[in-house]
Design a binder for this molecule. Structure first.
Ligand code: R5P
Length: 289
């Protein structure tokens, strides 16, 4: 029996299996069921007394149920005598509620941090929406970077004068991560207010004319951000536009929307399982653990 044992919640079952194999940990056994009214039932079937446990769960759709499942798992492991508990949340949902935009609002990412740390000794996530969320945790918390995985993928595409563009300044660090692997320039789209109701959006420093452009964002949700970015880059003469994201939230018919808007390729990691999750973050997590 190995020292450490990994439990995959509903959102991370195959990823947890991969990580367990790569990190040389046991894969824990769980029973997860739903009562007829939709309430979730959790049972930890492995003996965890005195063992170090790793729990993997993304707070992807259905977010609240998956969050509750994570809290149920953490609490049960603690109650069953686990020694140390590490929470790995490949996708941290609610990251876009990271501050008070209007007084009286709940900072939901902080609420999550408070509840997770109650029964966790350490926390890992991947490319969190805003870096400062990590500081909400009072336990050791680490953000892993999956952009090199996207970079390795796009590197094999034989692109013509590639450039990597983030659709806003927050995505510049993602664009850099991808570009560093490919060995090409990177930039982000800057919005400039030209006058009342008139906003110009363009790459801050790079001319994309005739170039293959890789757009990288942390999340693709409705796809609106990427569609706007593609329109603008095409109008500035970009050749092929390829799109990569770490977290494929993908609400509605976004995949066909992006292809019909001119994306030549669309790829994501498996922090959330989706039709475009071709790239695995298993080694990133296994190495960090
Ligand atoms: C916003 O700041 C995020 O980084 C993403 O750009 C955004 O969440 C994407 O959402 P959507 O696909 O709905 O435009």
């Amino acid at each position: 029996m190995g020292e450490r044992i990994i439990f995959g919640g509903s959102t991370c079952q195959s990823l947890a299996r991969e990580v367990a194999g790569e990190a040389g940990c046991d894969l824990g056994k769980l029973t997860i069921k739903w009562f007829p009214d939709g309430e979730r039932y959790i049972r930890v079937d492995s003996d965890v007394k005195g063992r170090d446990c790793i729990v993997m769960q993304s707070t992807s759709r259905p977010q609240d149920a998956n969050l509750l499942e994570l809290l149920q798992l953490l609490d049960t492991l603690k109650e069953n005598g686990a020694a140390n508990i590490i929470t790995v949340m490949p996708y941290f949902g609610y990251g876009r509620q990271d501050k008070i935009f209007k007084s009286g609002e709940n900072v939901t990412s902080k609420t999550l941090a408070k509840h997770i740390e109650m029964n966790s000794d350490a926390f890992y996530t991947i490319n969190i929406h805003k870096k400062h969320i990590i500081d909400f945790f009072k336990i050791p918390a680490t953000e892993l970077d999956a952009t090199p995985i996207l970079g390795e993928y796009f590197k094999t595409h034989g692109l013509k004068a590639p450039v990597v563009i983030g659709p806003d300044d927050g995505a510049e660090r993602l664009a850099k991560g991808v570009a560093d692997v490919i060995g090409c320039p990177f930039d982000y789209l800057q919005k400039t207010r030209l006058g009342p109701g008139k906003v110009e959006m363009k790459p801050k420093k790079i001319d994309v004319k005739g170039k293959d452009v890789i757009i990288v964002d942390d999340i693709i949700d409705s796809g609106g951000t990427i569609v706007e970015a593609m329109k603008m880059l095409h109008s500035r003469g970009a050749a092929n536009i390829l799109v990569g994201t770490v977290h494929p939230v993908l609400t509605g018919n976004v995949i066909s929307r992006l292809f019909s808007s001119g994306a030549a390729d669309l790829v994501a990691t498996n922090t959330i399982n989706s039709q475009i999750s071709y790239l695995t973050v298993s080694s990133l997590i296994a190495e960090a653990l």
